[in-house]
Write a protein that binds this ligand. Structure first.
Ligand code: SAH
Length: 361
């Protein structure tokens, strides 16, 4: 079992975020301080409809309540430290958190709408051998509100244009199931019709395969799209690529996925990175097809993205198509992921947590 996080990683010494609160949490807090419950909906309206950045602006609330909010919760936007725009329209934001750490968030433009790729942790402790996000280890979990704020801030960057955020992928820095409670709160807030009102089917969470939480997530009964980073056709190759597989081997992972499908009636997506010479041969595609043939799923192939500290090589284009065709011939529903934001290091596996706090000390 994954070791519990340290107190500091779990509960950073920062002010709680107002955006971590579900509507019912806000109602409970209001009743604790002897304020009427209906104020919760008013506050939600200011936060998610009007998208104000201070409690002062919530002019239909009594002054005393605004002061109480100010003393108790953090509402200020994260500082935008940098913004890079790709030639394909993708934008990567670098945001600074209350305690000085920085995280990356990506806005992707598709013909069907805009999606935001959010980060769930400062760094990551899983050590996948191909990924930049894990290079500095894990600093801490993000608060649910810090994940919500990423979506809000990207939406603010679009305010004033016709564009809006229409979907969310939880595929930024970190392992969402290693911040399970934060993730679930985040999902409840963005999905709520008085919150950001983003439909569950427009939200995708991706995990590296923390098996106990796959069971737990299946039991939540949410209609969220679910993706698993598989990356290998067998447990030996997977353990070489992803140390998490030594803790939760492939047969246990596949059992949990079968449980998820049975429980939710939904299909899963498998992310399969093609790492030159490691897992990208026709025989790997055949083995993969056999592994998942009885699983209701879709496979997303991702050619490896360049990470300077890692020495994986790209699979040649003709080999990628051979791999794809082999899967299809064997009845697997598979596509090649459209690549975005390469020129600004915003593609899968290229996001990093920045340690500004430690650099400046
Ligand atoms: N920790 C979660 C969420 C990250 S999602 C997870 O593992 O699923 C980011 C996706 O990009 C994952 O599928 C991850 O395995 C993949 N990835 C990481 N580094 C990559 C790289 N260098 N090239 C291509 N994909 C990569």
């Amino acid at each position: 079992m994954l070791k519990p996080l340290s107190e500091k990683q779990q509960n950073p010494a920062i002010m709680p975020s107002i955006f971590s609160l579900e509507l019912s949490d806000l109602e409970n807090w209001l009743s604790e301080i002897k304020e009427p419950k209906f104020r919760a909906a008013q506050i939600y309206n200011w936060l998610y409809e009007k998208r104000v950045t201070s409690f002062e602006e919530m002019t239909n609330l009594p002054k005393g309540l605004r002061e109480k909010l100010e003393e108790t919760y953090h509402i200020h936007p994260m500082k935008e430290v940098a913004r890079q725009e790709s030639s394909d329209g993708t934008i990567k934001f670098l945001f600074e958190l209350q305690d000085g750490y920085s995280i990356e968030t990506v806005l992707m433009r598709h013909d069907y709408g805009n999606s935001v790729c959010v980060t769930t942790q400062v760094g990551c402790r899983l050590g996948c051998t191909f990924c930049a996000s894990t290079l500095g280890g894990l600093k801490r979990n993000l608060l649910a509100g810090e994940i919500v704020s990423q979506v809000l801030q990207v939406q603010r960057a679009l305010d004033g244009t016709e564009e809006r955020v229409s979907s969310i992928v939880i595929m930024g820095i970190g392992e969402p199931f290693d911040n399970y409670d934060g993730l679930i709160k985040f999902l409840k807030v963005v999905n709520h019709d008085k919150g950001l009102n983003i439909g569950a089917r427009h939200i995708t969470v991706s995990t590296s395969g923390i098996v106990p939480y796959i069971y737990k997530f299946a039991d939540e009964g949410m209609q969220i799209n679910f993706a698993v980073s598989l990356h290998a056709p067998n447990t030996e190759i997977r353990s070489k690529l992803m140390p998490v597989n030594r803790m939760y081997p492939m047969n246990e992972l596949m059992d949990s996925i079968r449980y998820y499908i049975k429980k939710t009636g939904r299909r899963v997506s498998f992310e399969y990175g093609l790492f030159g010479g490691v897992n990208d041969q026709v025989e790997h595609a055949e083995e993969l097809a056999d592994l998942i043939k009885s699983v209701k799923c879709h496979v997303n192939l991702i050619p490896v993205n360049y990470v300077p500290e890692r020495d994986y090589v790209r699979t040649p284009k003709n080999q990628i198509f051979k791999f794809l065709e082999t899967l299809k011939k064997r009845g697997v529903n598979a596509t090649l992921r459209r690549e975005q934001g390469h020129d600004i290091d915003a593609a899968c596996g290229q996001l990093r947590a920045k340690e500004r706090q430690e650099e400046t000390r």
